[in-house]
Design a binder for this molecule. Structure first.
Ligand code: 26M
Length: 816
């Protein structure tokens, strides 16, 4: 296989089979004839873990000796996906392992299905962090990810009567052989207490203490011996602390302290793009930041000098959104209070070390914490934030806008309350910008909007600071591993290893017109659709034909992503078919996957409505299977791997200006799906790469959106003028789809008609419907369709996360 080289382990299927048997018997205590796929999964994981661990040690040794700057990626979320199959691929031993397991009598594919999908993230931001770890390792960068080892990841989703039901996902309850406890590297973290002055020095005292235990997860790279580490912190009660209070009276107290210490890493907050503002969340953020900074500083001191004044030469810290922003204050605290660095020098060093990635423009998603809460939990940090703010306003803002108090108020890290007496809020995005040397958006359009709309004053003050790094995805997981048949066809067709240089796919453009190649490309898609049809049958008990168009929208449920627009259009298609059952349209299957934040009412209503429409449509024989609708429950990375290779159409239909980038859009196009999309996020760059003829762009642009909002927009006018929209919205509102709860869909109808339709679903509806007409027409010309599909896949070179990471290296981490 391409890419096999001397850094790959030299193991053949015989070695692997022997090691599996050894681990079955000696690590798990299971006899060969007792072993089922679950036992094989665990034994095989232990085999791979052995290889990983050996390489981790070699990698660390090389890094200790090297002069390179280490990259630390701080993120509350890492949505890594299943690891066994991916590691076998990256290590280049997938094929040999397939043979080994066949010999032992259990197919590898069945074994891989036994791994639970670590659900340590909400969506795009967490998955991006995982792709970046893969790329940094593949590119041999000395890098480490820091996060939280949540006991319960994102909730498991099921449906009852079409409504979302959440249950806890104890993803590592059974066994997680990838995580290795490293007690030697545990950390102690302080919370609460107060700050006293002793001889002119601030001392943080009377604190409560929590223990941070690191769990290391190996990160393999493709075609390299490098194995990096993802270090995830778990909170524990700090034993030995407060031991004197173990008398009768205070026993209860010390018990309850233990429980709260362990609560910190219990559960991932399920909010996507909407902060919860809870004390425990702030403590989660600080806990993992404090552990991570202490850990990386210890490493710096082990490998370099005792003084931190040159730490920026060896350490770069990337903040994945503002979630770890308290790190700016914590780093300053360590420099000033523990290392005796003066404030101005401490701020310089901090700025050299930190950089911040922004992932959202949604105003409600920007994190703010009440000053009183920070003062209670982290009193010293609040003082330091005041010091940073004072310096920033009175020397840096003052230098650009002398005497301008209005500007100081606008830019203050600590926001003035709207009404006197209200709590003052700390703006974590401002703290991140002020504490960093670079700030980046995640797609060209998004970064421009960060400069012009989100942080225009910062952009004026520091014109070099805010830059773009367009997101990417790892071609290893999102093509090679999830779509092996297509990967093999590409290998047969073009020169070189696209897994390491995705631009090489460009050579496939020469075959876009080739009837023989088209036939094979289409056959692979058809095969993948058959597999997905079986998954759909199992999960939804709906029969779908692989000859239909598979039209897919998978992503978190959010009004700005406009699943509701997709729904309205499906309802309209259904009515058109009822009006004319002989309508000449290609058969279509609309596939959804999405979790809604448990507290997000309208999002949950949209899920409920889609499920109810699905039930009606799928059971209506009058439309002769021309339309099916399925909502796959519990959407997650491992489901995405089955859906994306089988998609014909990729729905990327957010209101222009709201989707920062999107990364699913890239995965779909890479696997030969055609995008129906707005000019939003990375769709703009995808359109540039594939060309306007190879994508279905529709709808208002960012400029037109703000123009329309300015003019004043009344969704009722559109409702009144469009017979089709009126009929489907009235139907939603009639109670017909949910007779036992006739008002069930009111919140959705109200959002669309009565509350101003903030995300302009009504305004874009007709353009969206017309785009789907173009899709149906194109499907009728297979040679055109497959030419477009192949061109899409061939044009995705730019969207490898390897390219993103190289951009970070040059523009932010100074890696040259
Ligand atoms: C914040 C506070 C409390 C609890 C949770 C959060 C929170 C968690 C995740 C807020 C936002 C979160 O994720 C936002 C996100 O996933 N943004 C997406 O990032 C992707 C990678 O850059 C982009 O492709 C998507 O466009 C963007 O929506």
């Amino acid at each position: 296989k391409a890419g096999q080289n001397d850094t790959m382990p030299v193991v053949d299927s015989e070695d692997i089979a022997q090691s599996v048997v050894r681990h079955l018997q000696q690590s798990l205590g299971v006899e060969l004839d007792e072993a089922g796929p679950a036992e094989y999964w665990e034994a095989l994981s232990l085999v791979v873990r052995e290889i990983d661990l050996q390489r981790i040690r070699a990698t660390r040794k090389k890094e200790r000796e090297g002069k390179a700057r280490r990259i630390y990626y701080l993120s509350l979320e890492f949505l890594v996906g299943r690891l066994l199959g991916n590691n076998l691929h990256n290590l280049g031993i997938f094929k040999e392992t397939e043979k080994a397991m066949a010999k032992l009598g259990t197919p590898l594919v069945d074994i891989l299905e036994n791994e639970s999908d670590p659900s340590l993230g909400n969506g795009g931001l967490g998955r991006l962090a995982a792709c970046f770890m893969d790329s940094m390792t593949t590119l041999d960068m000395p890098a480490m990810g820091y996060g939280i080892n949540y006991r319960f990841g994102l909730f498991r989703q099921s449906f009852a009567g079409g409504k979302q039901v959440e249950t806890p996902d104890g993803w590592r309850e059974d066994s997680f052989p990838w995580g290795i406890e490293r007690a030697k590297r545990k950390q102690h973290v302080k919370l609460y207490g107060l700050v006293r002055e002793h001889a002119g020095k601030a001392v943080w005292e009377d604190t409560q203490e929590v223990l941070g235990m690191p769990w290391d997860v190996p990160v393999t790279g493709y075609g390299t011996g490098t194995v990096n580490t993802l270090r995830l912190w778990e909170s524990r009660a700090a034993h030995g602390f407060d031991l004197n209070s173990f008398d009768a009276g205070r026993y209860q107290d010390s018990r309850s302290q233990e429980i709260s210490a362990e609560n910190i890493s219990q559960v991932l907050y399920p909010n996507d793009n909407h902060p919860a503002g809870k004390e425990l969340r702030l403590i989660q953020q600080y806990f993992f930041v404090a552990c991570s900074l202490a850990d990386l500083i210890e490493r710096y001191k082990r490998e370099n000098s005792e003084s931190l004044k040159n730490i920026a030469d060896k350490v770069a810290i990337q903040l994945n959104d503002t979630h770890p922003a308290i790190a700016v204050a914590e780093f300053m605290r360590v420099l000033m209070d523990e290392e005796n660095v003066v404030f101005s020098r401490a701020l310089e060093v901090t700025r050299e070390v930190f950089a911040y990635t922004n992932h959202t423009l949604l105003p409600e998603a920007l994190e703010e914490w009440p000053q009183q809460l920070i003062t209670k939990v982290l009193p010293r940090h609040m003082q330091i934030i005041h010091m940073i703010n004072y310096h920033f306003l009175h020397s840096e803002v003052e230098a650009v806008w002398p005497g301008d108090d209005h500007m100081k108020r606008r830019l203050s890290i600590i926001e003035e309350p709207d009404r006197p007496g209200d709590d003052q809020m700390v703006r974590m995005a401002f703290l991140s910008v002020v504490g960093s040397h670079k700030v980046n958006g995640v797609a060209a359009l998004h970064s421009r909007l960060v400069q012009e709309k989100l942080f225009p004053e910062f952009h004026h003050m520091w014109p070099e600071k805010i830059i773009n790094v367009t997101n990417g995805v790892t071609p290893r997981r999102w093509l090679d591993y999830c779509n092996p048949e297509l990967a093999a066809l590409i290998d047969e067709t073009i020169e070189g290893d696209w897994r390491k240089d995705l631009y090489k796919l460009g050579a496939m453009k020469a075959y876009a017109d080739d009837p023989a190649f088209q036939k094979r490309f289409a056959a692979i898609k058809h095969d993948n659709k058959k597999h997905l049809a079986a998954v759909i049958k199992e999960l939804c008990d709906v029969d779908v034909s692989p000859d239909a168009i598979f039209d897919v929208q998978i992503k978190r449920l959010h009004e700005y992503k406009r699943q509701q627009m997709n729904l309205l259009h499906i309802m309209a298609l259904y009515r058109r078919l009822l009006d004319n059952p002989d309508l000449d349209v290609p058969p279509r299957v609309f596939i959804f996957g999405a979790k809604a934040a448990p507290g997000y009412k309208v999002a949950k209503t949209i899920i409920h409505a889609i499920n109810r429409v699905a039930e009606r449509v799928n059971n209506d024989r009058r439309i002769k299977d021309k339309l099916k609708v399925v909502f796959l429950p519990n959407y997650r990375v491992s489901l995405a791997e089955k859906i994306i290779p089988a998609a014909d159409v990729s729905e990327q239909i957010s209101t222009a200006g709201f989707e920062a980038s999107g990364t699913g859009n890239m995965k779909f196009a890479l696997n030969g799906a055609l995008t129906v999309g707005t000019l939003d996020g990375a769709n703009v760059e995808i359109a540039e790469e594939v060309g306007d003829d190879n994508i279905f762009i529709f709808g208002l642009t960012v400029e037109q959106v703000s123009e329309l909002r300015h003019r004043g927009y009344n969704p009722r006018d559109i409702y009144n003028r469009s017979e089709e929209l009126r009929s489907v919205i009235d139907w939603l509102d009639s109670g017909d789809l949910c007779p036992e709860e006739p008002e069930a869909f009111r919140p959705l109808v109200e959002a669309l008609l009565d509350q101003g339709d903030y995300f302009l679903t009504m305004a874009d509806y007709q353009a969206y419907s017309d785009a789907h007409e173009r899709i149906a027409e194109t499907w009728k010309k297979p040679e055109l369709w497959w030419k477009m599909a192949i061109t899409n896949s061939a044009s995705m070179g730019k969207f490898s996360s390897d390219r993103s990471i190289q951009d970070y290296g040059k523009a932010i981490w100074n890696m040259s």
